[in-house]
Design a protein around this ligand. Sequence first.
Ligand SMILES: C=CC1=C(C)c2cc3[nH]c(cc4nc(cc5[nH]c(cc1n2)c(C)c5CCC(=O)O)C(CCC(=O)O)=C4C)c(C)c3C=C
Ligand SMILES: [Fe+2]
Length: 423
Amino acid sequence: MSEQEEKSVFQKKISRRKLLKLTGIGTVGAIIGASGMTGVLSAFGMNPFEDDDETVENKIKFYGKHQSGIATKGPEHVYFVSLTCVAKSKKELKELFQLWTKQSAELMNGRLIEQAKSNTLLPPVDTGEAVGLNASHLTLTFGVGPSLFENKALGLQSMKPTELKDLPHFPKDQLDAHYVGGDICIQACADDPQVAFHAIRNLVRSGRGKVTMHWSQAGFNSYEMKHKEKRTPRNLFAFKDGTGNVNVESSKDMKEVVWVQPSESKNWMIDGTYLAVRRIQMHLETWDRTALSGQEETFGRHRDSGAPLGKMDEFEDMELDRKESGGRVVPDTSHVFLALQVKDRMLRRSFSYSDGINPNTGAFDAGLLFLSFQKHPKQFINIQNSLGRNDKLNEYITHRGSALFACFPGVTKGSYLGAELFD
Ligand SMILES: C=CC1=C(C)c2cc3[nH]c(cc4nc(cc5[nH]c(cc1n2)c(C)c5CCC(=O)O)C(CCC(=O)O)=C4C)c(C)c3C=C
Ligand SMILES: [Fe+2]
C-alpha cells in the first residue's frame, strides 16, 4: 500500500472495494489469513461481517460471526441433507467449500448461483426453479460429521475434536440405516419450500464428483401470528413446541449453551456449534386415540395454551415439585419433567415432517425432524438419557434416524466456510 493510499484508508476516504483490492482479500485471503482479515477490516472501522446488498427483500445475512440458521428465528421450511464425501484430497474438499461459500452468499441474497446468461447449447448452470422468487429468509448451515475425519485421503484425522463421535445407542432406538450419519450436512431453511430445495439442489449439483447424497428430510413449521409476531409453533401432536427453549436473543445464554468458546474444543470450532439430528416418527393414530388428559400428562403441559399443568399461561414457570392433594401436578414420567432433570440445556430447532404412508402398516409416516444445537454433544446425550425408558412420550414415538455434525463458525467476508479447519 502506498503512503497516499494508507492515508486515504485512515481518513476512511477509501472505498470498500478498493480496500479489499489493496489488502488482497478479494483473492480469498491469499495475502492475509481469515482471522487477520477480520482484524484489518475492524481496524479500518469496517464491519468485517457486513454483507453487500442491504436492499434485498426478506434476506438473512450470510456473513457473520456465526453461521445463519442457528440463532435465526421462525423458520417455516427446512430441507436438510446429509452427504457422503467422495473428494480425493483436502484440496478438493477445500475448493468445494470455497465454491459453496460464494454460491451460498448469492442464494441468501435471493440470486441464482450464477448470473451469467446461459449458453443455450449447454444445460443452465443454475437449475432455475427459484427464478422470480425472493430470498425468502433463506439460511444455509454447513457441518461435518465424525466419519469425514476417518477418511485418510483427506488427512484431517488430527483435527477431529474428541467429542465429535457418533451418538451412542439409546434405549428404544430403532434406527434405519437410511437415516443415519453423514460426512457433511447442509440445512437450508426458508419461508418458501421451493427456495430451500433449490438451494440444496444447486449446492449438491455443483459438488458433483466431490459429494454424493446420503439422506435428506424436508420439514415444516406453521406459526400462529399475534401482534405481527410469530408464536410458538405446534408439532403434529398439536402441542406448542419450543416454549422452554434457549433465548436466541440473549448472547449470554447462547455463549453458555450453543456457541463453542475458546479452549472448549479444537480452535476451528470456536463460534461454531454441534448439531444433533434425530428423525423421530410420531405414531399419530395411537396419539389420536389418547384422551386429552393423557396427552397433557405425557408432556406436562396443557395442549391449547402450552401452559405448565395447573397453570394458565404458556410462559409461566414450570414448577416440577408442585403437589396437589399429595400428588405431583407435573407427572414424573412426563417429557418436560424428565427433560428438566438434567442441568444441560440445548437450542431446539425442530420441524414436522409428513412423508406419505408406511406401506407395511398403512399408517402415516410422519413425525419430527428434531434438530438441536449445543456447544458439546453431551448436552444432547444427557437429556436423551434422562428421557430414556421412562418418558411417557416413548409410547407414541420411535427414533428412526440419527446424526451428529460439527457446524463451522460463521464466515468473514473474503474468507470461506471451514477455513479454520482446512487452512
Ligand atoms: C433429547 C432431547 C429431546 C428430544 C429427542 C425431544 C423430542 C420431542 N419433543 C417433543 C415435544 C416437546 N418437547 C418439549 C420440551 C422439551 N423437549 C426437550 C428435549 C427433547 N425433546 C427439552 C429440553 C424440552 C424443554 C424442557 C423445558 O425447558 O421446559 C415440549 C414442551 C414445550 C417446549 O418447551 O418446547 C414439547 C411439546 C416431541 C413431539 C418430540 C419427539 C417427537
Ligand atoms: Fe421435547
